[in-house]
Design a binder for this molecule. Sequence first.
Ligand code: OSB
Ligand code: MG
Length: 402
Amino acid sequence: MQRDLLSCAAMQTDTVVAPPRSPAALDRFRVDQIEVRTVRLRLNEPFETSFGKIDSRLIILVSLSGEGLTGWGEVVAAEEPRYSYETVGTARHVIRDYFAPAVLERPLADLEDFASRFASFRGHNMAKAGLELAYMDLVAQTRNESISTVIGGTRPEIAVGVSLGIQSSLDQLLRQVEEYLALGYQRIKLKIKPGWDVNVVREVRRRHPEILLSVDANSAYRLKDLPQLQALDQFDLLMIEQPLDHDDLLDHAKIQSVLRTPICLDESITSARRARQALDSGSCRMINIKIGRVGGYSAALAIHDLCYAKGVPVWCGGMLESGIGRAHNIALASLPGFTLPGDISASSRYFARDVIIPAVTVSANGTVGVPRAFGLGFEVDLDYLSANTENVERIKTKNLVS
Ligand code: OSB
Ligand code: MG
């Protein structure tokens, strides 16, 4: 099954063109209020990666309101600057002081115009993306279309996998693998770090010789650890995700040239330009697209189109999103180039109750349906949001000097 997926992707040639997409135009839409809300949701169980363990998510939800409509987005930054330098605090600061005023300044023409408002501000992709997500929800609502339709999505349902954190024991991990396979998930991804890698992968692979299995190091290895990574080659992994530094391309190219297993970059791909450079330099053979990490739909679509044209498989990554970020991920993963299962699990994988109605569910075949309803395709549970809100800031047009 793994080889089928890969050869299917490899069969595509350089002549494949990007799928058709109509321009996301709003024809002068005026946003007059931006709300930045922080909500804390407890995780069902702690989530541990090579950079630490968390037991709740403090999530920024952004909404844009105007002309009688409200669009919702999510900022995926964590509380601490470990996965990336952005945090909940930095995102709130740059949205309040720079990005929201740029959105409110004058009416919006289209997605390109929206993204251009942030072009002169360096970095802070997750904060920018939170606003872009909310904008795309608005665009879809004004057209009476789903976000998937607006961006050129073609899949009525998407394939999903699960990301399993580092556990306190191998037995515990093996139980989790069984549990998620029984629920239908199509791919198991194991978080690894030095000391929790080869032995763990060997045991999971021995018990499950046929499954799609991958690993994610979140930058826990160095060039000198190449033998350790080469030892993973024997397990027929779908990919090794982000073994080296978060901003590296060249050392990844060095190790990809001697590894049989495809490297998939996550942290290192922060823009369409970085994606092109990674592919040109042989740093990876697959890309994990996270809308937040790359700065929004405009960059995510550009990376998708680039990879689609080159026959490079992409898949949708996750950041333990609430239902709002999850709904956007589902829309993104409906694009034709998303040929590998995404890190898009059921709401219940992380949260006892989600902020959207209905919650996201995974079928027994490991798929999630792409909503056809307009906009996000889910209702936002405002009562539940209010009950879990720690802070709300509203930025309005009238506060701005003209
Ligand atoms: O590297 O993909 C990652 C979660 C938080 C930060 C980084 C990552 C992850 C995951 C979980 O792997 C993906 C998910 O289920 O949302
Ligand atoms: Mg990752």
